[in-house]
Design a protein around this ligand. Structure first.
Ligand SMILES: [Mn+2]
Length: 366
């Protein structure tokens, strides 16, 4: 199974850093590596990839059939049952593959409590393998990018439909439910995260999670959502104005929009992620709202809705063809109001930054 060319780079990194084994739990990483993500639950399961090209899988018996189908006949399994626990199973595996005392990279999908248990069972040197695994899949194939274009297209259509649906008197939850239904009707595989519908004073919280507020006759609503197509995510945000827009609101919105455009126009093959962040931040700081731009400018996107490359001030990673990431500047005044615009940018075959969402960024006044 691990003869596929896409593993070559992973083995190179593992060998150069003397990493003997990489442990990958159910996740976007696993989906990328083996084409399947079982989702899983609290029962420990993981793929163990060895630097010499061997691999094995530890799983509860209830996932065996799915994982055997995904991994094929040449995969060795260590299976455990609910009434046994997984410690004997993992001890046997570590013994068979002589992993104790070795350097082992752990993906972010291995639960902290399971890692603590493994640290107590073994004297291996467990290291954080998240950057290695995320960066390994940061460059997508053009087929993958096609799926992302389709996911972005569906998100744009949902945004358009919402302009006809949102009105005073309905709740944030009504809008949330509508978004999920629209994605389902349009043929998306599913949503990429629980839609954020933040109205009135709630929209100063970028990751607002409540949904009970009723839309009033004069409201600002931040909408942030996405879907999945062939496992690949979309993610887009717009700010809608119900019952008109004031001059002051226009001024803030225009700054956010300009920050988006300047950063998106700057993004291209060969520039650093932190330089893209700076472009957006400079616009908002120059307007006097630097302290109100709470978040990084963006994040990579693929099988996971947040993954490498992160578009923040600390990331000197160089953008390459086939990378995909959000640009999502926002200005937030705690307890009062927030505005955000977000679309996905890819670095295309010509090495140019290209926004793959196409819904308007003009004022949406309902
Ligand atoms: Mn986002």
């Amino acid at each position: 199974m691990l003869s596929d060319p896409k593993y070559k780079k992973l083995f190179e990194v593992m060998n150069s850093e003397s990493i003997e084994c990489t442990i990958v739990g159910p996740s976007g990483d696993m989906q990328y590596l083996i084409g399947f993500n079982p989702g899983g639950c609290e029962r420990f399961q993981a793929l163990f990839i060895l630097a010499d090209g061997r691999h094995f899988y530890v799983s509860n018996v209830l996932y065996y059939e799915d994982m055997r189908n995904a991994l094929g006949d040449d995969t060795k399994f260590y299976l455990w049952k609910d009434n046994e626990g997984w410690f004997d199973c993992i001890k046997q595996a570590f013994s068979d593959y002589k992993l104790d005392n070795k350097k082992i990279a752990v993906s972010n999908s291995v639960r902290a409590v399971d890692l603590v248990d493994m640290q107590n069972l073994f004297s291996a040197n467990f290291i954080n393998g998240n950057d290695m695994l995320e960066n390994y899949r940061a460059v997508k194939t053009w087929d993958n990018i096609e799926s992302m274009r389709e996911a972005a297209y569906l998100a744009d259509k949902v945004m358009e439909d919402l302009t006809q649906y949102i009105k005073p008197g309905i709740t944030e939850k009504d809008i949330q439910d509508k978004i999920i239904k629209l994605f389902s009707d349009k043929g998306a595989d599913g949503i990429s995260f629980t839609p954020i519908v933040a109205s009135g004073p709630n929209n100063s919280r970028p990751h607002y999670v409540d949904n009970s507020r009723v839309i009033t006759g004069k409201d600002i609503i931040v909408l942030d959502f996405g879907c999945k197509v062939n496992g690949y995510c979309s993610d887009t945000s717009r700010t809608f104005f119900v019952g008109g827009i004031t001059e002051k609101e226009k001024k803030i919105y225009d700054i956010v929009k300009e920050a988006y455009q300047v950063a998106a126009d700057f993004a291209k093959e060969g520039v650093k992620a932190c330089e893209v962040d700076k472009k957006a931040r400079d616009i908002i700081e120059a307007a006097g709202f630097g302290e109100n731009f709470l978040n990084r400018t963006g994040h990579g996107i693929g099988y996971d809705v947040h993954e490498a490359p992160y578009i923040n001030g600390n990331n000197s990673q160089i953008l390459e063809k086939g990378m995909a990431f959000s640009i999502e500047p926002g200005i937030y005044f705690a307890g009062e109001v927030g505005m955000r615009i977000e679309d996905i940018v890819i670095i295309n075959e010509e090495g140019k930054g290209e926004t793959i969402n196409h819904f308007t960024k003009d004022y949406i006044i309902l």
